[in-house]
Design a protein around this ligand. Structure first.
Ligand SMILES: C[S@@+](CC[C@H](N)C(=O)[O-])C[C@H]1O[C@@H](n2cnc3c(N)ncnc32)[C@H](O)[C@@H]1O
Length: 228
């Protein structure tokens, strides 16, 4: 990710990693994921001119902003666990941003049509039940982009990618990622069901190095809703 709200004190190594990640993958990643998530939201609400959405763990808000560029009928609230730095307060761009405690989403039941966790859940320690239930409480659909680990190799590579992409911003590196079974168990425990899943995403076709060591099956997007 790339975020002016996280970890302001960066050393030389962290700055170098951030620069490398920006050049190697960030823009392409945001573009592709925004396209996919935007298409999903557009398909869920084809005739809606004002689709209220919330980006939970928004980072620099580029995912929400890129979806908005492609789907102008979406309106975004962005929340994350960091306070807005003083120098950004009053900036129009950040008006849609709100700090929260990382658990309780400060909105009424069903306030939104869709909530999005984009590469957020694997950074939250614990069982995640509270986090996912909160998203389902405030929205009709919960859209999750995250990783599946399939072996020690995939776990190690995903950890390395998280170090390159996120450690520079002070985001914690996970000990493990979802297996398909653990993800489905979480969905079930939260009283939700998977209505759509994209179990493979080719995020790194543009980068020969990343493309050689990373697999599309380690990236997924799932769409969840409450069980009826
Ligand atoms: C890898 S970044 C992803 C940022 C953005 N969603 C994106 O895809 O570019 C993970 C984000 O999760 C946020 N985060 C960490 N713990 C969280 C929690 N309990 N609830 C919501 N967000 C959290 C971090 O602050 C960080 O912005």
């Amino acid at each position: 990710m790339s975020s002016p709200i996280a970890n302001k004190e960066k050393g030389a190594v962290k700055k170098a990693l951030i620069n490398f990640h920006q050049k190697a993958s960030h823009n392409h990643r945001v573009d592709l994921l925004a396209k996919m998530i935007g298409a999903i939201i557009g398909k869920l609400f084809p005739n809606d001119n004002n689709i209220k959405c919330i980006d939970i763990g928004c980072g620099d808000m580029t995912i929400a902003e890129n979806i908005k560029l492609k789907n102008n009928n979406t309106n975004w609230t962005c929340i994350d666990i960091y306070p807005l730095p003083e120098e950004l307060q009053g900036e129009e761009k950040w008006e849609k941003y709100q700090e929260f405690d990382g658990e309780h989403i400060p909105f009424d039941d069903n306030h939104f049509k869709a909530s999005v966790f984009c590469d957020v859940l694997h950074h939250i320690p614990g069982d995640l039940i509270m986090n996912v239930k909160e998203a389902a409480r405030v929205s009709e659909y919960v859209i999750i982009k995250d990783h599946f680990e399939k072996s020690l190799y995939s776990r190690t590579m995903l950890q390395l990618m998280d170090i390159v992409g996120n450690w520079g911003y002070g985001v914690s590196i996970p000990e493990r990622y979802f297996s398909r079974k653990r993800f489905e168990a979480l969905v079930e425990t939260c009283g939700l069901e998977i209505v759509e899943i994209h179990p493979e995403i080719s995020l790194y076709e543009h980068n020969p190095l990343f493309n050689a060591i990373l697999r599309p099956g380690w990236q997924f997007i799932a769409v969840l809703r409450k069980k009826v």
